[in-house]
Write a protein that binds this ligand. Structure first.
Ligand code: AP5
Length: 214
């Protein structure tokens, strides 16, 4: 089962992708998490990516595409994978299709988690993220058990640099200009499914399971 999660920043792609990965036993591949891990480890890729991410801009395709194409050929991706945050541009989507074609495969689903812009800013300012294990929380809807500490690994949770309101606004503009066209791209391939991402998390997941099968 090969799935792409589409949606604006903060729509809940990561939240749902983790649940899909767990239920269907496929790896969750988040380009945002990969970049953040590289930033934390001070790698050359991380240093380059940070300059774009902190401004709410996309990391250039030449730093992103090869990384994902390599990752999806890993042994653990044999039964599928869920892509979270990739593709984000038409050239990325075309590169992914091309690479899969070379392997005799194709994507099965592109799931658009639909949330209007007005809901996004609130969600992002309340999000807290663990930069060690990638877990995400929300100070109101999903608080950590101990304030400021990740339930999963015990590290500190923080407001991501790019979750500050002015950067979120920029990320939304970039989303509408560069990523939203993917909705039509996947509609054209007949693999687009849309779920209402304003519902509570379990209801969103229920809708996704309704699409993917129990
Ligand atoms: P990335 O990490 O992918 O960020 P994003 O797409 O902006 O998505 P987010 O992680 O911010 O949100 P999400 O949709 O996963 O929402 P979440 O589940 O956390 O990318 C960061 C940056 O990296 C990009 O800006 C770019 O610079 C770079 N990058 C990454 N991939 C790239 C690529 N392919 N090409 C180029 N550059 C790339 O939920 C958000 C909050 O809402 C949480 O607090 C959550 O608890 C809460 N929530 C979730 N669902 C619900 C619900 N149903 N109801 C209420 N609250 C909810």
């Amino acid at each position: 089962m090969k799935i792409i999660m589409l949606g604006a920043p903060g729509a809940g792609k990561g939240t749902q992708a983790k649940k899909i990965a767990e239920k269907y036993g496929v790896p969750h591949i988040s380009t945002g998490d990969i970049f953040r891990a590289n930033i934390k480890n001070g790698t050359e890729l991380g240093n380059k990516a940070k300059t774009y991410m902190d401004q709410g801009l996309l990391v250039p395709d030449e730093l992103t595409v090869a990384l994902v194409i390599d990752r999806i050929q890993g042994e653990d991706c044999k039964n599928g994978f869920v892509l979270d945050g990739f593709p984000r541009t038409i050239p990325q989507a075309e590169a992914l299709d091309e690479a899969l074609k070379g392997l005799g495969e194709a994507m099965d689903y592109a799931i658009d988690v639909d949330v209007p812009d007005e809901n996004i800013i609130n969600r992002m300012s309340g999000r807290r993220a663990c930069l060690d294990c990638g877990a995400t929380y929300h100070i109101v809807t999903i608080p950590t058990k101990v304030e400021g500490i990740c339930d999963a690994c015990g590290s500190k949770v923080v407001l991501r640099e790019d979750d500050k309101p002015e950067t979120v606004q920029k990320r939304l503009e970039v989303y509408h200009a560069q990523t939203q066209p993917l909705i039509d791209y996947y509609k054209g391939q007949n693999i687009l499914k849309t779920v209402d991402g304003t519902q509570p998390m379990e209801a969103v997941f229920g809708a996704i399971v309704g699409i993917l099968g129990a």
